[in-house]
Design a protein around this ligand. Structure first.
Ligand SMILES: [Zn+2]
Length: 123
């Protein structure tokens, strides 16, 4: 369960990132949210075609232990994608998936099998 607050995120983001993240949040940029054990993962739409993956590690109280994002933001504090998670507990929307702590690995295997089939040379 996550218990971090908007204040936790606000104190770790610049005011510019926070303002941008807020409008991102309201435009529905967070398309998938998964909580697996103490790892919260979100997919957040980017400014262009790309979407970014935000990873948040929670401590035992459900507060943020660390947060990272795959976007190139490097100007201090959290980027706007991390800020979209500012709602904390309120994010427990229907679109949140709660998975058991063990990571699922089956999908990568079946994808590579598909690729192997697709590249089979024609005789
Ligand atoms: Zn980001």
């Amino acid at each position: 369960m996550f218990a971090f607050t908007e204040g936790d995120i606000r104190s770790s983001a610049t005011s510019q990132s926070f303002a941008r993240g807020q409008s991102y949040y309201h435009s529905g940029a967070v398309s998938a949210l998964t909580l697996r054990g103490d790892q919260l993962t979100a997919r957040v739409a980017g400014s262009d075609y790309e979407s970014y993956r935000v990873n948040v590690a929670l401590d035992q109280d459900g507060r943020i232990a660390s947060a990272s994002c795959t976007c190139p933001y490097d100007w201090g504090g959290y980027c706007k994608h991390i800020v979209t998670l500012r709602g904390g507990r309120k994010l427990a929307a229907p679109r949140t998936r709660y998975l058991p702590a063990a990571p699922a690995r089956g999908r990568v295997g079946s994808l590579s099998r598909q690729f192997a089939g697709a590249t089979r040379p024609q005789v």
